[in-house]
Design a protein around this ligand. Sequence first.
Ligand code: HEC
Length: 352
Amino acid sequence: MPSSTSSQKQTSRKSVRTSVTLAIVAGGSYLAVMVLLWVVLRSEAAEASEWVAFLGRFHFLILHLPIGFLTVALFLEVAGWFMKPLRAAGAAITPVLWLTFFGGVGATICGFLLSKTGGYSEELLNNHMRGGITLVGVTLLTLVAKIIFDRDRAKMIGLAYRALLFLSGGLLAFSAHHGGSLTHGEGFLTKHTPPLLKKLQGIEDPVVSPNQPKKLGEMEVYHDLIVPVMEAKCWLCHNESKIKGELRMDTFALLLAGGESGRESIIPGNPDESELFYRMVTDDEDEIMPPEGKDPMTPSEIQIVKWWIQNGAKEHVTVADLNPDSEMIPHLEKLLISPARKASEKKVAEES
Ligand code: HEC
């Protein structure tokens, strides 16, 4: 009966319009919330707020929802092409994409709060955040394309929907990878790559890194050994863009100038009285540096700082000048192959 099919068509038109409107409203509200948060949380006080820190940590829980849902949507789409019995399950893709979107909203909002608690590498953080927020937007576009495609099965819309779905998958991989590097450090995933796989992928061993032209004895203790460690573990809070405790550590002079306590960060010959060394070894969990939860100083790194201060803390003194004994040499060797050092060498190599 033509009349009933046309009325069916009309209801389906109407429900498509409602769904698309809902998607637009949801997207607009999301954007408004993000802008509002961005404005409200611009002050330094926000960084110290317990609420921000509390809600921020839920990022680590919620982020798994969009990952799981998007994987299901991709699976249902691709499986439907090859397995006829699964084609009917394709109807579930629309609700699953809604869930992906809402999961993404929760994850990015909490993630934004988490970023305010500080201490993350800015470059990785920005990539991760941009990737995550773009992913939420693209998920919503995928959803709208899918809703329209389900109505009129137009070829172009179908293509657009699939392209957007795979773009979402790519964005997910991109942001998840940067997120992993933020929490676990760069190189975490490949740290235990077996030698054979490493060869296949062209990953070098840290010991044979080509960016190590100087021999150990010629290295300057401060610039070549200590600075890379501070760059990896201290600079994120103590450099020109973020000056916690009013202490900058990105130049030798600023390091010597000390911070808000007024105590001297370095007293040559006396590590125990030097604030810099004291903050690395104190038992006081409110004072330990880097603060709890960040990549801590290793015993070898601490020993080298101590050794350098004991021997006068000169800016340009070399390892050979200080004549390391058999106790110091293993610490020095350990430092040279540490992941933090490798990461900073990689950065230097990329910049030059
Ligand atoms: C996550 C951020 C963060 C990181 C990373 C960090 N700090 Fe701090 N640091 C702070 C904050 C916040 C303060 C101010 C509060 C305080 O004095 O404890 C501070 C204060 C200090 C002070 C005291 C300055 C003064 O005289 O008042 C020293 C010294 C210091 N940090 C050394 C270090 C060293 C060394 C590292 C790396 C091993 C490091 N920090 C890494 C956040 C950080």
